[in-house]
Design a binder for this molecule. Structure first.
Ligand SMILES: Cc1ncc(C[n+]2csc(CCOP(=O)(O)OP(=O)(O)O)c2C)c(N)n1
Ligand SMILES: [Mg+2]
Length: 385
């Protein structure tokens, strides 16, 4: 029985879903859903994997390479003192790009703080992430522009926001209003120990709202290993909440895409939540303030480097004759240009005044916020800032 769903091996070879299905969990087979058997899931997952055309795979490859280039540049910029902090996504590109490519543009996405690959797929200008880490702007971008919420640094808090959002969608639907189908939320292995995340799972299950929990198990919560967070695979925890789940090779672009498509399709049929655990690895430091050599071995890092998500997809594309030197070189050139443009943007990026910090606190006018805005305006007017 396989540990997780894999459709593309580290050697870059396609494989069929293993019907042993140790990666599949369904504590409550709901009548409205598809016949929720592991066998049925195998067929559906294979069908979703087949949706990815060669051109889609090239798009995915490009997203992953650009994300990595952006991440590498931002890491260097922090080292040069241009950013206060950076949170690397290195190694998690397949889980992020695969799941994001499977998510409709109309569905709201709640990232945590490491989802640069999801931002890239949603169409955010990646440079918009920079001011958050340079300390020049609050939030960073308009969440409505790409249905991509601002980063949340308070571990797990946004899982509750996502569930609340999904409850609103459910209410709209009951009133006969058209709207997006689901909400997705990204969080980490460490976050699963947080009260907020457990409350979010309870509320999502009790209210049966369409929220997709996308758990990136990158094996570490700063210096605490996943094995300390849980004695069972994290996906199995969803059983206790009555939430169906999949455990997926998060370094496998095809499995990450297919699993997300499967989950969203099933949620559309039965309305309830779903959880996917992406088993991946944080190849970089937790943040640029962290030194992973203090708590993990070189052997462990090397073992995961051999499962690199980008190399795996490049091998597949090459072996299937779906790419050539021209395409690979063009993507590399674009990545190089992105790095240069991020560098230029960052160095020129000055602190803003971000008056919008007062704008989005409440939907309607609020006396306290009005007072705070007036105090801030008066402070600026005195010229002491
Ligand atoms: C509520 C809260 N508690 C503690 C922290 C400090 N903190 C920042 S990141 C982190 C670990 C998170 O690990 P995980 O959920 O696995 O996500 P990863 O960083 O690995 O992506 C902690 C404890 C925080 N930001 N918020
Ligand atoms: Mg983690």
């Amino acid at each position: 029985m396989s540990e997780f769903l894999q459709l593309l091996t580290p050697a870059g070879t396609r494989v069929a879903p293993d019907p042993g299905a140790g990666w599949y969990g369904d504590p409550v087979a709901r009548p409205a859903a598809d016949p929720a058997t592991a066998h049925h899931a195998v067929e559906q997952l294979a069908a979703h994997a087949a949706e990815l055309s060669p051109s889609d795979l090239r798009v995915a490859y490009r997203h992953m390479v650009l994300t990595r280039a952006f991440d590498r540049e931002a890491t260097s910029l922090q080292r040069q003192g241009e950013l206060g902090l950076w949170v690397p996504s290195l190694g998690q590109e397949a889980a992020q790009v695969g799941s994001a490519m499977a998510t409709p543009a109309t569905d709201m996405v709640y990232p945590s703080y490491r989802e640069h690959g999801v931002a890239q797929v949603r169409g955010l200008d990646l440079r918009d992430i920079i001011p958050v880490f340079r300390g020049t702007r609050h939030g960073g971008w308009d969440p409505r522009a790409h249905n991509f919420h601002i980063y949340t640094f308070v571990i797990g808090a946004h899982t509750l926001h996502a569930v609340g959002h999904a409850m609103a969608l459910q209410q709209d639907r009951r009133r006969g209003l058209e709207g997006p189908a689901a909400v997705t939320v990204y969080f980490g292995d460490g976050a699963t120990s947080q009260g907020d995340v457990n409350e979010a799972l309870v509320f999502a299950s009790s209210a049966q709202v369409p929220v997709l929990f996308l758990l990136q198990n990158n094996h570490w919560a700063i210096s605490v290993p996943t094995t300390t967070q849980s004695r069972v695979p994290l996906a199995n925890r969803a059983d206790g909440f009555g939430i169906p789940h999949l455990r997926v090779d998060g370094n496998d672009l095809i499995a990450s895409y297919a699993a997300t498509r499967y989950a969203l399709t099933r949620m559309a049929a039965d309305g309830g939540p779903f959880l996917i655990e992406f088993v991946t690895y944080r190849m970089g430091a937790h943040t640029t303030s962290d030194d992973p050599t203090r708590y993990r071995s070189r052997e462990e890092e090397d073992a995961w480097r051999a499962r690199d998500p980008i190399a795996r997809l490049r091998t597949l594309l090459t072996d299937e004759g779906e790419t050539d030197e021209g395409f690979l070189a063009a993507v590399d050139a674009e990545a190089h240009e992105l790095g240069a443009s991020v560098r230029e943007f960052t160095r020129a990026n000055a602190p803003g005044e971000f008056p919008e910090v007062f704008d989005n606190v409440y939907a309607t006018p609020n006396l306290q916020v009005d007072h705070e805005r007036a105090t801030w305006d008066a402070y600026l007017a005195r010229g002491e800032a």
